[in-house]
Design a binder for this molecule. Structure first.
Ligand SMILES: Cc1cc2nc3c(=O)[nH]c(=O)nc-3n(C[C@H](O)[C@H](O)[C@H](O)COP(=O)(O)OP(=O)(O)OC[C@H]3O[C@@H](n4cnc5c(N)ncnc54)[C@H](O)[C@@H]3O)c2cc1C
Length: 489
């Protein structure tokens, strides 16, 4: 490897966005090389054996895939036709509350509305229009943020819901505490103070997807998604190298296009003075956000949630009421650890009993902590679950935590444990990584950023990579019509 070698396209990083970019370029007939720092491919969508129990595998980062199921990239790539089975529980997510109560989001909107009592009507009025027009909502949310929405009415309805739930108006529609807690828990897939527009955007989009088509878990774990992309890449002649951490441009072969599935900080390090001063200053000022501590458990049985429906959910949001979540997120934003941090929990055996081995099952969890936290909050997460599932400790066989400060050891994009590759502020959602008409292109011709530090947003949807690759195909190779992603082509 080095400038003496030649190819058409270099992709640095093999997360879902890097792979989406590489697949698109390879299918356009270009000679593509992918370089990955880690010993395994797939970035934030890997499923690994941590050695916690023989044969048991854990999703090291992402586990639940409403975005992969809905994303235009993956719809065209057609995961099902490639043997990736996405399974849905009829309970998409749940929010346990004290006193044995819980908010339960069924795939069936009517059933959800029924369970929310006095707030059922408010839930339907907020989400019903979005659920009826999910493709338009997904198009608006995962678009390049530069084109006019294909379905302007859905975009307006989405915007209206985001403004209401992302500002001080957020409590006006609710009478009880269950429905607002249920919605706020979904927003916790983004980390920010509450209420905020980015969290509300995350909440209403994922809440709409929960009702149609649902929140998917791939059989076998997230790795199934990226393995399908790697197979496709190899079938189209791409070369993939692991254990190759890129810190200097001179390490890379000479190519016509370079796509970085990395943070702006790594792009700055690799490109150095090849980038103009002004752009370098912009990248240096790009802000990283608060963080997560990942906590994995091995259990001898299901979590004994007090409310039985909670145990059927693809994801459980653990923290209590909306007010408790707002307090916990405010603590994190102030640089402190919350007593009950915002915690996300998923038991993959809810949809895939083959994930249980010899009576043991993995339980995936993570909780919000301040950026760069070195604290192992495993015991706090366990206590948070125990609050709504007394006796949880009795089924815990083993627990392992990765403090935020160590998250970058297995993925350099998670600076200080920020799994969004950059703070999710309203400004940084629009100007990710810089305020430019083409935010994927850098001022150096042929050099692109394609990670979730570029639009539209974090998550396993491949859209950052797809947007970047299509721009590079047009600008560098003069290919105006993007290649088909369909299997067998
Ligand atoms: C604990 C956790 C839970 C999550 N849960 C979900 C979830 O349930 N659903 C969901 O949709 N999303 C989830 N996410 C977010 C999701 O994983 C990311 O948004 C997504 O993986 C981003 O994809 P990417 O391709 O931009 O980057 P990544 O997936 O982060 O991949 C970047 C890749 O680039 C490599 N790399 C970086 N720098 C270099 C370098 N200098 N040289 C070579 N290689 C390099 C890294 O090793 C990595 O493989 C979660 C993330 C975490 C951490």
């Amino acid at each position: 490897m080095g400038p003496a070698e030649r190819c058409d396209v270099v992709v640095v990083g093999s997360g879902p966005n890097g792979l989406a970019a590489a697949v698109t370029m390879a299918r356009a007939g270009l000679d593509v090389r992918v370089y990955e720092a880690q010993s395994t491919l797939g970035g934030g969508a890997r499923t690994l054996d941590f050695g916690m129990a023989p044969g048991l595998v854990h999703d090291i980062c992402s586990a639940v895939h409403p975005l992969a199921a809905a994303s235009p990239f993956f719809r065209e790539f057609d995961l099902a036709a490639r043997g990736v089975e996405l399974r849905y529980s009829d309970v998409s997510y749940a929010q346990p509350l004290d006193g044995g109560r819980a908010g339960v989001a069924y795939r069936d909107l009517d059933r959800t509305v029924e369970g929310l009592g006095a707030d059922g009507r408010g839930w339907r009025r907020l989400l019903g229009p979005l659920v009826r027009h999910v493709p338009g909502v997904v198009d608006a949310a995962l678009s390049d943020r530069r084109s006019l929405p294909k379905d302007p009415l859905s975009a307006v309805q989405l915007g209206r819901a985001v403004v209401e739930q992302g500002t001080r108006l957020w409590n006006l529609r609710w009478k009880d505490e269950v429905a607002p807690a249920l919605l706020t828990g979904v927003g916790a897939h983004a980390i920010s103070t509450l209420p905020s527009l980015p969290v509300a955007g995350t909440a209403v989009m994922l809440a709409a997807l929960a009702h149609s088509p649902g929140w998917a878990l791939p059989v076998g774990g997230s790795q199934a998604i990226v393995d399908a992309m790697i197979d496709d890449l190899k079938a189209h002649g791409a070369m993939v190298t692991t254990g190759a951490e890129i810190t200097d441009f001179e390490q890379l072969p000479t190519a016509r296009a370079y796509l970085f599935d990395t943070t702006p900080r790594n792009l700055l390090q690799v490109m150095g003075e090849r980038l103009p001063n002004r752009y370098r200053r912009t990248l240096a000022g790009y802000r990283y956000g608060d963080a997560v501590c990942k906590v994995d458990f091995v259990l001898s049985g299901p979590v004994p949630w007090t409310h039985p429906e909670v145990g059927r959910a693809s994801t459980v949001h653990v923290c209590g009421t909306r007010e408790e979540m707002a307090r916990a997120e405010a603590e994190v934003a102030a640089g402190r650890h919350a007593e009950y941090p915002m915690t996300l929990v998923s038991d993959p055996t809810v949809t895939d009993d083959a994930r249980e081995v010899d009576g043991l099952r993995p339980l995936w969890a993570y909780a919000h902590v301040p950026a760069g936290s070195t604290v192992d909050i495993g015991a706090t997460v366990q206590a948070g679950i125990e609050r709504f599932a007394p006796g949880f400790g009795d089924v815990v066989v083993e627990r392992r935590a990765i403090p935020a400060a160590q998250m970058a050891h297995h993925n350099a994009n998670y600076i200080g444990g920020d799994f969004a590759a950059g703070a999710l502020t309203t400004w940084q959602l629009l100007a990710r990584p810089a305020l430019r008409w083409d935010p994927w292109a850098t001022p150096v011709p042929g050099v692109y950023l394609c990670s979730s530090a570029s639009p539209p947003a974090p998550g396993v949807h491949g859209m950052c990579g797809w947007h970047a690759a299509r721009r590079a195909l047009r600008a560098v190779f003069g290919i105006k019509r993007p290649p088909s992603l369909a299997p067998h082509v």
